[in-house]
Structures are given as C-alpha cells and as structure tokens.
Design a binder for this molecule. Structure first.
Ligand SMILES: [Zn+2]
Length: 231
C-alpha cells in the first residue's frame, strides 16, 4: 500500500510491518517481517515499480524475529547489502544470541522466538547515527535504544517523517512498545523523549497503523514522553 510519495507499507505480512522507500536510483527495504514474508515483500516491491535488482539496501531496525525473519530470502532475491544496528550484527550473523528482555518474561520471549529464528545472514554494514546509509540520501539513522539496546529508527527531516521501528507503537493511539518485549524500559522512555524533540508530522511503526500528516503528533509524543517518565 502506498502511504506517501516514495513510501510503501507492505501488504499481507504477518506480525510486524515492513516498509519500502523509493530513492533516486532504486529502493530500500526497512525490516523483513517474520520468516516466510519475502514473497509479500517482493510483490509489494513489484507493485511499487521496482525489480529485486533495484533494491540498494535492506535496513534492520532491530534483531527481533518479527523484523529479521525474511532476511535470508531477501538477500538471496535482491543481492542488496544488509544494514543492521552495530550491537546486533553478531546475532543476525548467527554468532550471538538474539536480543531479548531480562527476567522471567525475557527468558520466555527468548525460548518462544528461538523457534522462529532465521538462518544466519551476512551483514555488510553496521548502522551509525546520522545520514550514514549511502543508499538513503536525506534520511538519518537515529539511535533509539530501549526496545533492544541497539535499536535504531529512521528519520527524514525534509518530510518530518519517522520510521520508528519498535521505539514506539500505535495500538489505539501512540504508545510505547509493551514492556514484556522491551529490553530496557527506562532507556526506551528516554528515546521517546528524544524523538519528541524532533519536528514530526508523520510516524510509521513496526506495529500498528501509520499516523500521517498529523499536526497533533508532536504534542501527543511529548505527552507520552512526559507520562512515561513517571511509569
Ligand atoms: Zn521488536
């Protein structure tokens, strides 16, 4: 589904949202859904007018199984380099455990999601803060630690558009990602406060419907960050 000029939300993926960004010389895929999502992503890519060979990069917001599940198939289909948060590269390469929350819930989360872990893939680039993805001119990588410790979001200042990943969610309104799935709630709240400092008109999420051209967004995010300080 086209959301904006040069921005698509992939239809027909389960669990977590996947986005396609159009650029001057191709497309960039953001996140990859759970295992088995590649066909839907490639179908959306085709509807958006791109061949798999025109994908310049796949960017991962964080290494949870509902965001990295189809990386092996996408890498094979597109040949595009994978960009991932520096601290989560080893996990995606299969050399370290996937990030999971602490405590009893965290162990349950780790056990449940280990069954959905994709095959290891090569990660070409560790993401750095700022305008650091060559294939994404005009976009900034914003570190938003908390949901996972190395989580990143993508921000396009020109359009005041944020691809939040799981730094925020939209279930019946703007909110934090639920704590049972979050590595460090205190850091996640600090990241929400940081995002509240950005000029924002549109946010799209890993989970939940997009909030587009919403003049109240800044006030809502500020209120969320304020509320979250006391929880
Ligand atoms: Zn997540």
């Amino acid at each position: 589904m086209q959301l904006r000029d040069a921005l698509w939300l992939v239809d027909d993926v389960q669990a977590a949202n996947v986005y396609i960004i159009g650029t001057d010389d191709g497309a960039v895929i953001v996140d990859s859904g759970i295992r088995g999502s590649a066909a839907a992503i490639l179908a959306e890519l085709s509807r958006a007018g791109y061949d798999p060979a025109q994908v310049r990069a796949v960017v991962v917001t964080h290494a949870h199984v509902d965001h990295i599940g189809s990386l092996p198939e996408l890498q094979q289909a597109t040949g595009a380099p994978i960009h991932a948060p520096a601290g989560e590269v080893a996990a995606i390469r299969g050399q370290a455990p996937l990030p999971h929350p602490p405590g009893v819930y965290g162990r349950l989360f780790a056990a449940a999601t280990s069954l959905m872990r994709p095959a290891p893939v090569k990660v070409e680039h560790a993401l750095k803060a700022g305008p650091s993805v060559e294939a994404l001119p005009g976009w900034h990588v914003v570190p938003t630690s908390g949901h996972t410790l190395d989580h990143i979001s993508l921000y396009q200042p020109d359009r005041q558009l944020l691809i939040a990943g799981d730094a925020l969610a939209n279930f019946g309104g703007l909110r934090m990602s639920p704590w049972p799935f979050t590595s460090d709630m205190r850091r996640a709240r600090a990241s929400a406060a940081l995002l509240a400092g950005l000029p924002l008109r549109s946010i799209v999420f890993g989970h939940g419907a997009p909030l587009l051209d919403d003049a109240r967004l800044h006030a809502q995010l500020t209120a969320l960050a304020q509320r979250s300080r006391y929880r």
